[in-house]
Design a protein around this ligand. Structure first.
Ligand code: TUI
Length: 315
């Protein structure tokens, strides 16, 4: 199975399933579990200082002998130092988010690290493939956290048509129907964040997971459109204040102050009213917490029945 899959071949992984590199949540516990289950686990560097990231990488290396990666959030004040850490630790795969990683690609490629940026547009996908990206993650605005403007359905096939490297589809994926749809759009793999938040291995606070379990299709909102950093989060007291302030024309500084530390407050403090619960729109479909292995096995085992169902519609 997956012998001809471009991403499985490129990264030497069993299944074409990435775990989104979520800040505070994509710890070594989650990323090593995903890699051990045959997918690609990613440590979410977020705003992590370099010494903490190194510890997470060392933990991940000690818990899995399978390939794993680090997701580098390009708006982090530590971006240069964390890039240095992934080079020193020879992390097999680096994904990037929230910016253009072009200047870092040569140093990573030189040591054989596969570089796979998240893109939210065709233009950036093309530019980064020219700079040497080994694959791209086309992430639609159904995703949680920092997002672009285009949804997954139109973004993925346009990126697939524009580049000659494998494409990983992200934004709105959580089950076998999703992975078959991604293959149909021309992607070689999927990336999931929200689904892995609802895993036994994810260390997020129980309040965070419970809010995600309760979420419905319209439970998320997008904050930060006026700051240039739109983010999808579950609607709560914080987002009501934030959106009201945005509507009244609050400055970027005022809004940034409100958002400071808000993600950690929710993921670790369990304050899901005043904290930021960054989750994708697919949360409305999810109502169980499973082990990472169950999540991945269920998706893989469900592919053939979905394909049979697809065929029923046109044969
Ligand atoms: O990066 C993400 N999702 C994120 S980053 C994040 S950061 C954070 N915020 C608060 C506390 C802690 C951490 C939360 N969620 N996804 C990948 C992604 N990248 N989505 C969209 C993009 C993107 C958007 C525009 C990438 C590049 C881009 O354009 C850059 C350019 O220069 O053209």
């Amino acid at each position: 199975m997956f012998e001809n899959n471009a991403i499985c071949k490129l990264l030497k992984i069993q299944y074409p399933i990435f775990q989104g590199g979520m800040a505070w949540i994509g710890t070594a516990e989650l990323s090593s579990a995903v890699s051990n289950a045959g997918g690609l686990g990613l440590i979410g560097a977020g705003h992590m200082p370099p010494d903490i990231l190194r510890k997470e990488i060392l933990k991940c290396k000690s818990w899995t002998d399978k390939p794993f990666g680090v997701n580098i959030m390009l708006m982090s004040p530590f971006v240069k130092e964390v890039m240095q850490v992934v080079v020193e630790e020879r992390v097999p795969v680096v994904t990037t988010g929230a910016g253009n990683p072009g200047e870092y690609v040569p140093a990573l490629k030189e040591i054989g690290t596969k570089v796979i940026p998240v893109v939210a547009s065709v233009a950036l996908a093309k530019r980064l493939v020219k700079s040497g990206a080994d694959a791209v993650i086309a992430e639609g605005c159904e995703s949680g956290g920092h997002i672009g403007e285009i949804s997954t359905m139109p973004l993925v096939p346009q990126v697939v048509d524009a580049v000659d490297v494998p494409v990983i589809a992200a934004g709105g994926f959580a089950d076998s129907r999703g992975i078959v749809a991604a293959f149909a759009l021309g992607a070689s793999a999927i990336q999931m964040g929200t689904r892995f938040v609802l895993s036994k291995e994810c260390i997020a606070h129980p309040n965070y997971k419970n809010l995600v379990l309760k979420a419905k299709d319209r439970s998320t909102v997008v904050t930060g459109r006026t700051t240039g950093h739109p983010a999808r989060v579950i609607a709560n007291k914080l987002t009501r204040t934030y959106l009201e302030m945005e509507a009244k024309g609050a400055s970027v500084e005022e809004l940034e102050k409100l958002g400071e530390g808000a993600l950690h407050k929710a993921t670790h403090g369990g304050d899901v009213e005043n904290g930021s619960v960054m989750i994708g729109q697919i949360s409305g479909m999810l109502d169980d917490i499973k082990s990472v292995k169950e999540i991945i096995d269920d998706i893989v085992n469900g592919i053939a029945p979905v394909v049979t169902n697809v065929q029923r519609n046109y044969v």
